[in-house]
Design a protein around this ligand. Structure first.
Ligand SMILES: C[S@@+](CC[C@H](N)C(=O)[O-])C[C@H]1O[C@@H](n2cnc3c(N)ncnc32)[C@H](O)[C@@H]1O
Length: 249
């Protein structure tokens, strides 16, 4: 459409509020199959990406941690164990259904003592300023309508000295991998969406949202522009996924 009022929702251009609503509806509708689909889509590798990101997050016992767009709580469970009984982990997500699935899983694994769930938008995080030692957003940022606003909100909630951690699909840099990854995204993911989740269109949106997401360097600049220091990133599987880290100093 070429009108700056509009934003992308997959391959469509929509008004920002329309995107916010559609993203919320989409995650409410995929919540039941979300964890199974994640395992199938990534052949279980998403757990290793997440473990690596948690490993480079410098969490100590007693830390206050915010998992933005935390969904069903994969990251929060690991943060909970690392911050211990004296720490506190908050999951903030717009989707009530994703939070519900997360709550059930936290009870199953016994990691609920120091985890709280709050329904809220990454663009306007409902927490006090300067509250957290770590703010994380894992596979969430690409779904957020105003990413700069979300980065500003995350910056304001971090304590001085606190760390930002962003785990997200990114731009594949290995030429050999590009055609394989493209056909995997265009064919395998929608087929899984159709036959396992009975929702091909949501999974086509997920593929498109990955393509539209800023690449590693662009995201690094966006993080710097908000005021973060020591911004760096690490690629995994040739850039399929990248983890950005940054500090509020
Ligand atoms: C792909 S899931 C990632 C869930 C989890 N962080 C993980 O790594 O498995 C994306 C999550 O972002 C949430 N989300 C999307 N837009 C959001 C926003 N503006 N604010 C907060 N959460 C949002 C969705 O509801 C969904 O739970």
């Amino acid at each position: 459409m070429g009108n700056s009022e509009y934003t992308d929702f997959g391959i469509e251009e929509v008004l920002p509020d329309e995107k916010r609503k559609r993203v919320n509806d989409l995650f409410d509708s995929v919540a039941t199959n979300y964890d199974l689909m994640n395992d199938l889509m990534s052949f279980g590798i998403h757990k290793l990406w997440k473990r690596y990101a948690v490993h480079i997050a410098k969490i100590k016992m007693g830390d206050q941690v915010l998992d933005v767009a935390g969904g069903t709580g994969d990251m929060a469970r690991q943060f909970s164990r690392r911050s211990g009984k004296t720490g506190q982990v908050y999951i903030c997500d717009v989707s009530f259904e994703m939070l519900q699935m997360g709550r059930n899983r936290l009870f199953d694994t016994g990691d609920f003592q120091n985890v709280e769930m709050i329904q809220g938008d990454a663009e306007h995080l409902p927490f006090k300023d300067n509250m957290f030692d770590l703010v994380c957003i894992s596979f969430g940022l690409r779904n957020v309508t105003d990413k700069d606003q979300a980065l500003r909100s995350m910056y304001s909630k971090l304590k001085y000295g606190g760390q930002l951690l962003i785990l997200e699909f990114s731009e594949v840099s290995l030429d050999m991998l590009k055609p394989v990854y493209q056909s995997y995204s265009d064919r395998y993911i929608p087929i899984l969406g159709r036959y396992i989740a009975h929702d091909e269109s949501s999974y086509r949106y997920l593929v498109e949202s990955i393509r539209r997401h800023p690449n590693q360097e662009t995201l690094k600049q966006m993080i710097e522009q908000v005021g973060f220091d020591r911004v760096d990133y690490f690629n995994m599987i040739g850039g399929v996924v990248a983890v950005h880290i940054a500090y509020k100093l």
